[in-house]
Write a protein that binds this ligand. Structure first.
Ligand SMILES: [Zn+2]
Length: 286
């Protein structure tokens, strides 16, 4: 009798805890929109909330969740990974990723090949949330030089020492994939197996492309200008060594997004090129 009562109390206690937990954690742990709204240009609370970002389970060096969101039409065959703010001080890149996420969810565009999108709008949250925001992560690593390209040990360090003269904003890190943020992206590439990666940056106002197949000649007002190959960059790793084409978008301004109409035009151009590309690739494979 006594045992039964104790058991009942424990059960009730556990139930009470379980019921209290979501509210309690919700209050204690800031969500993605608490973190990013106010920090990102042209991102309202409602835009951020509509994005319904999901905790991927991966964490930054400082323990911030790395958020993702999938948008998948039922008949999608092509997988595209969209990456923002791998450089934390390129605020507009995360904002544009969130605007594109909304367009991917809302806008019905008839395409020959529907796309399964995976968005990771803020890959370097520690850099983005720093005051002032920083390009590098909280260990001072340029994440876009930390990918395991061949001869990384030699080339990335030599490049950093000789070409950048040890620019602290461009340190490739102690070894390839030394950072949780780059390991997260690397894992996503393994699991999601994207046919295409779109990596958003700023502020050079051009379009770059690495990898097989024909690059887009323009997206909105951005024109193709292949600027070069960097040891340890995502474009170099994905495009040149893994055979996954990488479109690198350099927005014209790191603090401000393009006008909404231009952001939409870039999105539509990206959609059309992506859809045509898979058709071309499928035709070539036949
Ligand atoms: Zn960048």
């Amino acid at each position: 009798m006594v045992e039964g009562t104790v058991l009942k109390t424990i059960r009730l206690g556990a139930l009470a805890l379980a019921m209290a937990a979501p509210g309690a954690f919700g209050a204690a742990m800031p969500g993605p929109c608490d973190r990013f709204v106010g920090k990102l240009p042209n991102v309202s609370k409602s835009l951020c909330e509509q994005a319904r970002l999901v905790d991927s389970g991966a964490r930054s060096v400082q323990g911030t969740p790395l958020y993702v969101r999938d948008v998948k039409p039922p008949d999608a065959r092509l997988r595209v990974l969209v990456v923002g703010a791998i450089h934390g001080d390129e605020l507009s890149s995360a904002a544009v990723a969130l605007h594109w996420l909304r367009l991917a969810s809302d806008e019905k565009v008839d395409l020959p090949q529907p796309v399964h999108w995976r968005f990771a709008p803020v890959v370097n949250p520690d850099g983005l949330l720093a005051h002032p925001p920083k390009r590098v992560n909280s260990k001072g690593v340029d994440l876009n030089r930390n990918f395991p390209t061949p001869n990384w040990e030699r080339d990335a360090q030599t490049y950093w020492q000789q070409r950048t003269r040890k620019d602290p904003r461009r340190w490739p890190g102690p070894k390839p994939l030394s950072e949780p943020e780059t390991r997260f992206l690397h894992d996503e590439m393994q699991k999601f197996k994207p046919h295409l990666i779109v990596s958003i940056h700023a502020p050079y106002g051009v379009l770059d492309f690495d990898g097989p197949s024909v690059p887009p000649s323009r997206l909105g007002r951005l024109y193709l200008d292949q600027v070069g190959i960097f040891p340890g960059s995502l474009g170099n790793y994905g495009g040149v060594h893994k055979g996954v084409p990488v479109v690198t978008i350099e927005l014209p301004n790191a603090q401000r997004t393009p006008l909404d109409a231009e952001t939409r035009q870039m999105w539509l151009d990206l959609l059309r090129w992506t859809s045509a590309k898979i058709q071309g690739d499928a035709a070539a494979a036949r």
